[in-house]
Design a binder for this molecule. Structure first.
Ligand SMILES: Cc1cc2nc3c(=O)[nH]c(=O)nc-3n(C[C@H](O)[C@H](O)[C@H](O)COP(=O)(O)O)c2cc1C
Length: 183
C-alpha cells in the first residue's frame, strides 16, 4: 500500500464563489489517489503578538493542519498588487512564535487566479518574498498564473479550462516530487 501524501491547501480568498478556491478544488479533483488535499480557510482572528504563545483555538487547529501536512499549496488572489490581508495574517500566525513556525522548511507551491490580465504575477512575487522569511522551501517552477478567470471557470467557480486543469495537476505533481527530493 502506498503512503498518503498530505497537502494543506490555503485559499487566499474568503469569497463564496472564489476562483482561487476553485483552483484548489481542481487540484483535489486531478490529484493522484495517494495525494490528499485539505482546503483550509484563512478566516482567522487578526494576528496579535501578545497572543502568539497561547494562540486562539482556530489558529492552533490551522497550524496543526499545516504542521501535519507533507507540503503546502497556496492559491492567492491579487489584491492591489499584493496578497490579501487574510492570507498574510494566516501566514503570520503560522510563522510564530519562531520555535513553532510551521512553515519552516515546509515545501510550498503557489498559484493564483485573477479576473485581470496579469494572472497574479505581482501577488505571487510578494508571496514568494514573505515565504523567504518564513524559511519555507518554495517550489520555483512551474508557474501557474491564471488570468481572465471569468473565462476559465463556470458560475459556481469550478475550473472548466482544460489547459489550466493540466497546469494545476502539473503543479501538484511537481510539489510532490520536490518534497520527496528534499527528503
Ligand atoms: C480589494 C481588491 C483588490 C484587487 N486588486 C487586484 C489587483 O491588484 N490585480 C488584479 O489582477 N486583480 C485585482 N482584483 C480583482 C481580483 O483578481 C478578483 O476579484 C478575483 O476574482 C479575486 O479572487 P477570488 O475569485 O479567489 O476571490 C482585486 C479585487 C479586490 C476585491
Amino acid at each position: 500500500m502506498t503512503d498518503t501524501f498530505r497537502i494543506a491547501a490555503m485559499s487566499g480568498s474568503l469569497r463564496h464563489a472564489s476562483y482561487n478556491r476553485g483552483l484548489l478544488r481542481a487540484a483535489q479533483a486531478t490529484a493522484p489517489a495517494e495525494v490528499t488535499i485539505e482546503i483550509l480557510e484563512v478566516d482567522l482572528p487578526l494576528f496579535n503578538e501578545d497572543l502568539e504563545e497561547a494562540e486562539p483555538a482556530s489558529v492552533a487547529l490551522f497550524k496543526k493542519r499545516v504542521h501535519g501536512a507533507n507540503a503546502v499549496l497556496i492559491a492567492t488572489p491579487e489584491y492591489n498588487w499584493g496578497i490579501p490581508g487574510g492570507l498574510k495574517n494566516a501566514i503570520d500566525w503560522c510563522s510564530r512564535p519562531p520555535a513553532r513556525n510551521v512553515l519552516k522548511q515546509k515545501p510550498v507551491a503557489i498559484l493564483g487566479a485573477t479576473t485581470g490580465p496579469w494572472g497574479t504575477t505581482r501577488a505571487q512575487n510578494a508571496l514568494r518574498q514573505t515565504l523567504i522569511f518564513t524559511d519555507s522551501l518554495t517550489l520555483v517552477q512551474p508557474w501557474v498564473f491564471v488570468n481572465n478567470a471569468k473565462e476559465k471557470f463556470d458560475d459556481a467557480a469550478n475550473l472548466t479550462d482544460e489547459r489550466t486543469k493540466e497546469q494545476v495537476a502539473g503543479l501538484v505533481a511537481a510539489l510532490v516530487a520536490w518534497t520527496k527530493r528534499l527528503g
